[in-house]
Write a protein that binds this ligand. Structure first.
Ligand code: XMP
Length: 512
């Protein structure tokens, strides 16, 4: 295994991800408990992460000395490089100007990290983000790659198998970074690279059992991938100690609620409480047109119903959530400054404190695509695992203006046609999210010599890797006109279809 010592970088989890991609098991330990983790794990290698501190500050974090004395390979990244140099006798100075963003390094010498990848004389793009820099090497080190701003871009002590780099190999903007980390894990540390999702599953199951003991766990299902994968994994670990609660707000897509109930109850045999609250939600939404008011109402009602069900289940000790790593980062503000609320996201974030329950979050270190891989590993059907993201407030935020049962039904039909055509054209997996929006605008049309005066439907499809930024999906005209024709012919209440051509930013993915 590999131990990753965390100095507080925002991208430490990406290092873990790259190590997983290399087929190697790793654990992250904060720098102040790294000595214990090192003694317990006896890892075959150690990676020191970046971090916001400066080694020049008093009391800035350090790597445990034992790591350098144990004879295992060590890779220092950014702050990790600087503390490593300083701890081993080199020098670091504060740069007047830092180096941030894209940079090019020149390879000077062969190095075990570069084997099969980089040759002396080549130039390669990397991603830098540092203010301080190394100015004098520790004994036994030599420079193996340089950049303009960082004469010590990569340094190595091959005899001790210590390596350190100023840039960030873990981010995608260092195109060969994943392979550098794989070289460290496999080639330098001698790990075989046969770790898989199957082992992640087994490890997590053991962890869940250890955490929960004989306790009872309650888990909210949303119909999305994350909560589904979390629930199935936890069920595998503790069986009937788990109860799932599906608060069905009636704002799901066509047949989606039935699919959730059938899959969990019948296929997996999971205890599932299905709260059919459509009437209650529609009643509360009546008259609401402001997007934030709609979101707040739905979020609040959801929590109330969930709590009421949890009380009925009686004395659950743990609350399970399908929190992913990007949710963890987004919920922590590193800037310290006030950030503007664009939309009040619907999640059950406030629940654990209110309900005084401990959290079980087995997906906390994974990224979306890894959760999908785990879902497949757990045998969740592809249609479920590969599903586009769907917002907590459901169709309510795809019906600008007032939400009524009638408008939900119209939208469900149009949306189903659109998605069916996308699947038939083989485009579903190339798209991050595709959905129809029912506008509160009526326009005049003519059908069969008769005048119509009906609603406009907007189609949206975007590509994205994380939902933070997005670009429109460039359908061809024939595809769009096929969908438009079908929707107008088959869905009563819609007589015009338009395509949304807005990227994010400046738009958002959802309309409200
Ligand atoms: P926006 O519209 O902010 O959406 O560009 C970004 C991504 O987040 C999803 N989304 C939500 N997901 N609860 C969720 O769980 C919400 O309240 C919510 N609002 C938007 C949206 O579908 C897209 O994938």
């Amino acid at each position: 295994s590999i131990l990753i010592v965390d100095f507080g970088s925002q991208v430490t989890q990406l290092i873990a991800r790259r190590v997983r991609e290399a087929g190697v098991y790793s654990e992250i330990a904060p720098f102040n408990s790294a000595a214990d983790a090192f003694a317990r794990m006896q890892p075959k290698g150690v990676i020191l992460s970046g971090g916001p501190s400066s080694v020049m500050w008093q009391d800035s974090p350090r790597a445990p000395q034992a790591i350098f004395d144990a004879g295992v390979p060590v890779l220092g990244i950014c702050y990790g490089q600087q503390t490593m140099m300083q701890q081993l006798g080199g020098q670091v100075e504060g740069g007047e100007s830092g180096e941030f963003g894209r940079a090019f390094i020149t390879v000077d010498k062969d190095c075990a990290l570069f084997d099969g990848l980089w040759q002396p004389g080549e130039r390669h793009q990397v991603w830098m983000s540092h203010g301080d820099k190394v100015t004098q090497l520790a004994d036994g080190f030599e420079v193996v790659a340089t950049s303009e701003g960082a004469p010590y871009a990569v340094v190595a002590n091959e005899a001790k198998r210590f390596y350190a780099m100023q840039f960030h190999p873990e981010v995608v903007h260092t195109p060969d970074g994943g392979r550098l980390i794989a070289n460290f894990a496999r080639h330098v540390c001698g790990l075989t690279g046969d770790w898989t999702m199957a082992e992640f599953r087994a490890t997590k199951i053991a962890e869940i059992r250890a955490q929960v003991g004989p306790g009872r766990v309650i888990c909210g299902l949303s119909g999305g991938v994350d909560s589904a994968v979390a629930a199935v994994l936890i069920h595998e670990a503790i069986g009937d100690q788990l109860t799932c609660v599906f608060v069905d707000h009636g704002l799901m897509r066509l047949n989606e609620a039935e699919q959730v109930v059938t899959l969990f109850r019948e296929h997996y045999g999971i205890n599932l409480v299905h709260v059919n609250a459509e009437a209650q939600f529609l009643e509360g939404l009546a008259g609401l047109t402001d997007p934030e008011k709609k979101r707040k109402f739905i979020g609040g009602a959801f929590i109330e119903l969930f709590e009421a069900e949890a009380r009925k289940v009686g004395g659950a000790d743990f609350l399970a959530q399908g929190t992913l790593y990007p949710d963890v980062i987004e919920s922590v503000s590193f800037t310290g400054g006030p950030s503007v609320t664009i939309k009040s996201h619907h999640n059950v974030g406030g629940l654990p404190e209110r309900m005084n329950m401990q959290l079980v979050e087995p997906l906390r270190e994974l990224f979306k695509d890894e959760v999908r891989a785990l879902g497949r590993e757990l045998g969740l059907p592809d249609i479920f695992v590969g599903r586009h993201p769907f917002p907590g407030p459901g169709l309510a935020i795809r019906i600008p203006g007032e939400v009524t049962k009638e408008r939900c039904d119209i939208l469900r039909k149009a949306d189903a046609i659109y998605l069916e055509e996308i699947r038939n054209a083989g485009l579903y997996d190339a798209i991050w999210q595709a959905f129809a929006v029912l506008l509160p605008v009526r326009t005049v049309g003519v059908m069969g010599d008769l005048r119509t005066y009906d609603s406009v439907c907007a189609l949206r499809a975007v590509t994205s890797t994380d939902g933070m930024t997005a670009d429109i999906y460039p359908f061809d005209a024939a595809f769009l006109s096929r969908v438009a024709t079908r929707i107008i012919n088959e869905v009563k209440g819609i007589n015009r279809v338009v395509y949304d051509y807005t990227s994010k930013p400046p738009g958002t993915i959802e309309w409200e």
